[in-house]
Every structure is written in structure tokens, then in C-alpha cells.
Design a protein around this ligand. Structure first.
Ligand code: 5GP
Length: 403
């Protein structure tokens, strides 16, 4: 995914603004007339009309867009990925991500469409980003604004695919000859270079730090720690809805404040999900491997993720179970406060011959039981009672014991 460059904007001007381009061929002709050697993709579905994607290999961006059949100068269309379109908004720090139904595999060599995939992936991503945020992992997610759209913070993507594997599958099996399904002793984190032209090659730390210079040790350690934490959150969440997280790919970006945020999407496009009982594949492998019922698998994952989110919400809103605690409060006059009752008793004891006593104070002990969610909350409640009624904080000290 790359931003449209000045070169491509010049091309918009070259081929003439506002020229009607009613069909793919017409667009191709317009570009050819402008002296450009263009390869056209099939028409891409978009929300408000028709975009044609034209590729020219020597462009940085390699993509040009035509809305509603018109070449546009001031298009808000900014970035196109293989499955998402990213639009600018009025706020320069916020983007709108539109999730399409289009699907690609094997570095875009296989192409197709999965009905309602955009809606499923946007919704699952929204739910899982929220789950991560609630668990202390910062992401680029702001909110879901329609079935297919998320508002996201603008970040500069670190060009690394961060892959975690819990169970052997996919390229790991191919590369090492390991049987699919082998449960790994501990999660593996690996990095690939996010570069379609090179086929996202696997990287070593040295490649990242020294050859590509896209991240240093500190950033890689931070990314690894966050990714492993995310893996634990994912495994727990998905297991509750009967899903094994086999592996997944994450991407990170840096925002305007230099903060590292988890970015991209979190959906069956970039995870491998297997049913925990049957090992049925419920992710993009159904498309990659022509297993059939691709739409069904995506819908099933949406159903399970919604179930998981609902369970988590119910859990949060349920009143915590209460426990009965025994409380003892001791109230005594403060050391420097006159205690006439104590003085009287001390005098009486001395007169009875108990010469070895001094500093006698008389206080009170209050005992009761209290229902509370935890010992800490019980102590807090009793403290409040002491401040308000059981003691006079100006002249008395109190000691609370909760068992
Ligand atoms: P593998 O390396 O076995 O092909 O993929 C490992 C995991 O990362 C899988 O869950 C796969 O979906 C995800 N993954 C790897 N490369 C890409 C990619 O380029 N795009 C997406 N969406 N997911 C990827």
C-alpha cells in the first residue's frame, strides 16, 4: 500500500481532468493516448462508484484511480491495498479504511472475490482491535463507522510482516518439511519484508537492522513483546469460542507522536483459524487451497467473534459476587488529646496500688460484618464509615481489621 506520488498526480493532469472514461478500455485508451504504457486490472468494486486500477511498473505507487469513470484531480482516494482502500478524511491524522470483498493469495497471483468478506473483516477487526486496546495494546483503530469501514489513525507503516506461529502450517511446513498441525513448543515470531515485488521474503534481524535499516534492536524487541502479548490475548479469546489460533500476521506503524501502534487488520485474511474440535479451517486457506465454502467460513468466524465479544461484555457488566467479611474497628483518642475518662481510670488503678501503669486511654471496639466484592473494597467501605461516623478523625485515631 503506497501513497499516490507526484508522478501519478502529473499523469492525472496529462490525461485531462474530467474526461469521461465509461469502461476499462476507454480508460486504457486515455492512458495510451497520454503516452503511458499501462496494464489495467479488472474493475475494482468500491463504495461510491467504479474505480479502475491501472498499473505501470516503473511508478512508485504503481496504481492510479478513476472514480465514477472520471479521472479526478482532487480525489480523496489515497492508498489501495490488496483488500482495502484507504481514504483521507478532513482530519489529516485520520484515515478511513474501506474493506473490499476482493481476495488475493500467493502474492496476488490468485485473485477472486469472497462475498461479504469486507463487512466480515471490518467487523472482526474492529472487535479484536478493541479487545487489544482494553488489554493495554495500542492500535491505530478509532471506531467502526459502517459495515465495511473503520476510522483509523494515520501511521507510517514499518515495512515488516510480523508473523506468529503456534501450530505449524503454511510456509513453515513448506520451508522445513514439517507436518501441518504440529503444536510448537512455544510461539515462533518471525519477520518478513513487506514487499510484494520480492514476494515478502523472510528476514533475519541483521537483514532488518543492517541491510534494510527499517528497525533497530529496541524497536524489534518492542514489536516482539507486543506481538507475543497479543498472541496470548488472541489465544484466550478465541479458545473460549472454540477456535485455535494457528498463526497470524501483524503490521505495526508509527504515529505522528512517534508512538508504535498495531495497524492493518485482524481478520481471517491474516490469521489461520481452526475449529478447536474438528480442526476445520475457518480462514483464507479455504480460498488459497480451493476448499470450498469460503463465505461460510468467514461468516462462522464473524459469528464466533461476536459471541466472544458478547461473553466478555456480559462478564464485565455482571455484578461481582459478594463475600461476607468480619470487621473490627478500634477507636482511641489521639495521643495528645485529653482523655478524662482514661485519666480517671488510670488514677483509680494507681490508688489501688498498680504503680507501674501510665498513658492509659479508653477507646471503643466496634465489630460487624460487611458484604463486599473484595477485601480491599470492604476496607475502603469501612474507612469511609470511620471517617463519617464511627470515629471523630479530629480527636480520635482508628484501626481497621477486615477478615
Ligand atoms: P505463511 O507464512 O504460512 O504463508 O503465513 C503465516 C500467517 O501469516 C498466515 O496466517 C497468513 O494468513 C499470514 N500472512 C502471511 N503473509 C501474509 C500477507 O502477505 N497478507 C496477509 N493478509 N496475511 C499474511
Amino acid at each position: 500500500m503506497e501513497k499516490i506520488t507526484a508522478t501519478s498526480l502529473c499523469l492525472f493532469l496529462l490525461i485531462g481532468l474530467g474526461q469521461k472514461a465509461g469502461a476499462q478500455d476507454t480508460v486504457g485508451q486515455l492512458l495510451k493516448d497520454a503516452g503511458k504504457d499501462i496494464i489495467l486490472d479488472p474493475t475494482t468494486y468500491i463504495p461510491n462508484g467504479v474505480y479502475f486500477t491501472a498499473k505501470k511498473l516503473d511508478w512508485d505507487s504503481s496504481q492510479v484511480f478513476f472514480r465514477n469513470g472520471y479521472v479526478e484531480e482532487n480525489s480523496d482516494y489515497t492508498i489501495s491495498g490488496k483488500a482495502k482502500d484507504i481514504f483521507e478524511t478532513e482530519d489529516p491524522n485520520i484515515f478511513r479504511a474501506y474493506f473490499r470483498d476482493s481476495a488475493t493469495a500467493f502474492n496476488a497471483q490468485k485473485k477472486g472475490e469472497i462475498q461479504n468478506k469486507g463487512k466480515v473483516n471490518a467487523t472482526i477487526s474492529g472487535i479484536i482491535f478493541k479487545l487489544l486496546e482494553e488489554n493495554g495494546i495500542k492500535t491505530h483503530f478509532i471506531k467502526q463507522i459502517s459495515d465495511n469501514e473503520l476510522l483509523i489513525k494515520k501511521v507510517k507503516i514499518v515495512p515488516l510482516e510480523v508473523i506468529v506461529r503456534n501450530i505449524a502450517a503454511g510456509s513453515l511446513c513448506k520451508r522445513l518439511g514439517i507436518k501441518e498441525g504440529k503444536v510448537l513448543k512455544e510461539p515462533i515470531v518471525e519477520f518478513s519484508y513487506k514487499n510484494d515485488e520480492l514476494g515478502d521474503p523472510l528476514l533475519t534481524r541483521a537483514y532488518i537492522k543492517t541491510a534494510l535499516e527499517v528497525a533497530d534492536d529496541k524497536l524489534l524487541d518492542q514489536i516482539t513483546a507486543l506481538t507475543l502479548k497479543a498472541n496470548e490475548i488472541f489465544k484466550e479469546f478465541f479458545l473460549k469460542v472454540g477456535i485455535k489460533v494457528v498463526d497470524f500476521k501483524l503490521e505495526y506503524g508509527i504515529d505522528k507522536n512517534g508512538e508504535l501502534l498495531l495497524a492493518d487488520e485482524l481478520s481471517p485474511d491474516n490469521y489461520r483459524f481452526w475449529d478447536a474440535k474438528t480442526n476445520e479451517k475457518l480462514d483464507k486457506d479455504r480460498f488459497r487451497q480451493d476448499l470450498g465454502n469460503v463465505e461460510g467460513a468467514y461468516q462462522e468466524m464473524l459469528k464466533r467473534v461476536k459471541e466472544g465479544a458478547q461473553t466478555a461484555t456480559n462478564h464485565k457488566s455482571q455484578p461481582k459476587s459478594q463475600q461476607l467479611f468480619n470487621v473490627k474497628v478500634q477507636v482511641l483518642p489521639k495521643r495528645d488529646i485529653l482523655d478524662p475518662q482514661g485519666q480517671a481510670v488510670e488514677k483509680a488503678l494507681l490508688s489501688l496500688g498498680y504503680k507501674d501503669i501510665k498513658d492509659l486511654n479508653i477507646g471503643k471496639e466496634i465489630v460487624f460484618k460487611v458484604n463486599s466484592a473484595s477485601k480491599t473494597s470492604a476496607e475502603q467501605q469501612v474507612k469511609e464509615m470511620c471517617e463519617k461516623l464511627l470515629a471523630n478523625p479530629v480527636i480520635e485515631d482508628y484501626k481497621i481489621e477486615v477478615i
